[in-house]
Design a protein around this ligand. Sequence first.
Ligand code: TRP
Length: 460
Amino acid sequence: MSTRGNFSGRIGFILAAAGSAVGLGNIWRFPYLAGQNGGAAFLLIYLICIFTLCFPVMIGEIAIGRKAQSDAYGSYQKLGGAQWGYLGLFGIVAGIFILSFYNVVAGWAFGYFLEITFGNLLNETDYGAFFGAYINNSWTILTFSLGFMVLTALIVSQGVQKGIEAAAKIMMPALYVILISLIIYSLTLPNAIEGVKFYLVPNLSEINVQTIFFALGQSFFSLSLGMGALVTYGSYVGKNQNIVSSAAIISIADTSVAFLAGLMVFPMVAALNAYDVQGPSLVFVVLTQVFHNMGPIVGRIVGGAFFLLLCFAALTSTISLLEVPAAYMVDQKKFPRKPVVWGLALLIFVLGLPSMLSFGRVEFLSHLTFYKNRDFLSFVSDMCDISLTVGACLMCIFIRKRWKIANMTEELSIGNDNYMGSWLRKYIDFTISWVCPILLGILSLLIIFDKFWGIELIFG
Ligand code: TRP
């Protein structure tokens, strides 16, 4: 066991796991999904998902990892036998695909950081058109995504403490500072209050099945759940630590960043009257327009800082995504860490190429005929969301049927003397045994059905 890494302590683990959770999902994806799916109505469902489904699943994942002291595959296999190991493998494969498209978007953010800080991006006039052209500029995006993957691999190859932890300790706090400063600024813009209303006053009639589907998928994605990332991180957690309270801090940190990102973006959307900007371009278009309006010097500094921190947030997430398959290869196959990390990084980069080319560059990838003419990147990301909820559902079944709730409780009591008799224990037992597996099972099936055939077939 001495060859496996460990987090230096409680803060190290919390920062690394929160770093994994906080990423492009919070700042890039959450605002545009909320914008497309009813604003405050989406936020409400999202928060319900976090509390009732994600929080218990997070605790379960960390407990499995710390008990088994192994990677995602090894942990399930150790506690449950060979067949359950496949659940771990399923997660590892899902993580590989998530990283493949995630790294492409990270490449966009990296490009924006460089072009705002050192180039002329803020001299543009039409940021919608610019973004569309920019992400189709294959060589540029190829270079930046490759650069991002190299950074990720460099850190992961350093191992748990030196690489992952050290990176998160600096980046996380800085992100909060810039977010809050930008919120204060955006609230002073004309019409800001309209954006705040859209975001915070729920209109319950806007809740429909799509709102629920997107909010569910996003909540698991944002908290890095359902594919063994937190099983892997959990295996580096010391026995003296309180898993339940750490999970609460991680969930709150992640949810607050997503919440703040929305609070930053929607007043800007209202101020610029940019309601027609939707989807993946939202943050890139609206924020750069705001930075442009700040003037050449302030815009360059603030805009540069924002995209730099977005890259940091993305980096702590790509690190966790690469760590999962790397830990598997190191633990199970006994390969040396460095070559494994670089080999995986290359493979995943190549897997990301179709996503990169799916915004007009290659026609059939941009309009998948079997997927309602949507782009390949959305296809992969939807498939990954589904595998997260399916993975989480199976994890709950694993705990209940195979590992047993009593064993989980025993693990959670280590480092938390009061857990046994607490109401929280009852809540976790109940959600993991009933609420999560049933709801996640039914919703996952409905989502799969909807993605390929359309939910109208069921609900009319
Ligand atoms: N949670 C990260 C984000 O919101 C992405 C991420 C990192 C992730 N590791 C993960 C998603 C593991 C699912 C599973 O940006």
